[in-house]
Design a protein around this ligand. Structure first.
Ligand code: CA
Length: 426
């Protein structure tokens, strides 16, 4: 469950997945958690929530046990109200989420988990590469699954801020998960908004779609990779995944086509696109098995008419429902292609300043650290502190102060540091 907004004509995303969060917010984990033992208004709110929690199936004993010593963490309200200062173009998202490093790690995971992935594909009808791609984009294959204790963040959001009703549902779901004993309280850490584990499911999604695939009787998306992979496939299946069908592919579109109103959602029969003169980007015809004239297809243009264009099918919508952001759906789809050995996106993005890989972002961050900027660790995740440091350097360099960690800035800071090295006495 994530939220999307549009800024300056570029789609940007305030979404709750952990990697995405690291991309859009401060990297530092400082928290304004109150150190006081109790917070009267919070305690009053919890007492008021109890009858609703009980009606939702939480036992009185469980509710008391997990809320008795709960202390609010008001830092999550800053995250809830966070408005990105900087817009993030699609090519920045993609270059960080689908870089050679993630493709390489993904291939290792495909190999390491090939047996369970084979069984998962047989049961749910979703290809291994797609399951692993979701895993890679959502939590970097389980590496980054969030640090916020769920009860604390969801409890705080249940009593404060502008989406209390939504977060209460998730708070109660968290209590029911603990009541069933699927995972322990200490395992329940996630993004500030409550997405947790390998799959970054919200608690209510967990209740609905998590599966016990390793057969130990518990649905454990925190420490069981088998459960996590199967649950991801189960999510896609329940979202309408069509076995054997592609998500989509890059297309070549004749210049004289009116693209007004075309979108992922605006699907037309494949025959329509054939008559419009579209082909696959490599020139092959659109209509090949398993597609036929009637297959519904939408023209998805993530960067508008000038950038890469994709014909997308129902399976792209299934991926989209995983985190309700087209840029992330494309990242997952594209990573799955790369894991399958398919080529990179052929059409250039409409920019003279393409995005950077995580390795290049770490290089930028190391250069900024060397210049004395307090940006935390060089983790390849571009948070606001890094963006502000980039902006300051861009101003010094006479570049437009976009705050973007793009190729232009990478090259500029490389040259800049070379000059400094030559000039500094050894
Ligand atoms: Ca299990």
């Amino acid at each position: 469950m994530k939220k999307q907004l549009s800024l300056f004509g570029i789609t940007v995303f305030a979404i709750y997945s952990t990697i995405a969060q690291a991309n859009t917010t401060n990297n530092d984990q400082s928290s304004s958690t109150l150190s006081v033992a109790s917070d009267p208004s919070f305690n009053t709110c919890m007492a008021e929530l109890k009858p609703s929690a009980l009606r939702s199936g939480v036992s009185s004993e469980i509710f008391d046990r997990y809320t008795r010593n709960l202390i609010p963490d008001y830092s999550v309200l800053d995250k809830l109200n966070y408005q990105p200062e900087f817009s993030t173009p699609i090519w920045d998202y993609l270059s960080g989420l689908v870089d050679d490093e993630r493709v390489s790690t993904g291939k290792q995971k495909l190999n390491q988990y090939q047996d369970v992935l084979r069984r998962v594909s047989a049961v749910y009808g979703v290809p291994a590469e797609m399951v692993v791609a979701v895993w890679g984009v959502e939590s970097n294959f389980g590496d980054i699954s969030g640090k916020y204790p769920l009860l604390q963040s969801l409890g705080t959001l249940s009593c404060n801020g502008r989406r209390q009703s939504y977060f209460r549902t998730e708070f109660f779901a968290t209590l029911r998960i603990l009541q069933r004993g699927d995972v322990t309280e200490s395992q329940l850490k996630g993004s500030w908004a409550g997405a947790f584990g390998h799959t970054q499911f919200m608690p209510s999604t967990y209740e609905r779609l998590a599966v016990d695939f390793d057969g130990d009787g518990r649905r454990d998306l925190v420490s069981s990779t088998n459960d996590a992979l199967a649950s991801t496939a189960n999510f896609l299946k329940s979202a309408g995944w069509q076995t054997g069908m592609p998500w989509g592919f890059e297309v070549s579109v004749p210049n004289n086509i009116d693209l007004t109103g075309q979108s992922r959602r605006n699907k037309k029969p494949l025959s329509y696109w054939v008559t419009q003169g579209l082909t696959r980007i490599d020139g092959r015809p659109l209509r090949q098995e398993p597609l036929n004239d009637a297959t519904p297809a939408g023209l998805f243009m993530p960067a508008g008419a000038q950038g890469p264009k994709f014909l997308v099918f129902k399976n792209f919508d299934a991926i989209y429902s995983y985190n309700a952001a087209e840029s992330y759906a494309l990242a997952i789809a594209y990573l799955s292609d790369r894991l399958s050995g398919k080529p990179v996106i052929q059409t250039a993005w409409p920019t003279d300043d393409p995005g950077t890989s995580r390795a290049e972002r770490r290089e930028i961050q190391n250069n900024l650290l060397a210049k004395g900027y307090d940006i935390g660790q060089a983790d390849g995740l571009i948070g606001d502190k890094t963006k502000q440091a980039i902006q300051k350097e861009q101003i010094k360099m006479g570049l437009p102060p976009t705050g973007r960690a793009g190729q232009v800035f990478l090259n500029a800071i490389r040259k800049n540091n070379t000059i400094q090295t030559i000039n500094s006495p050894q």
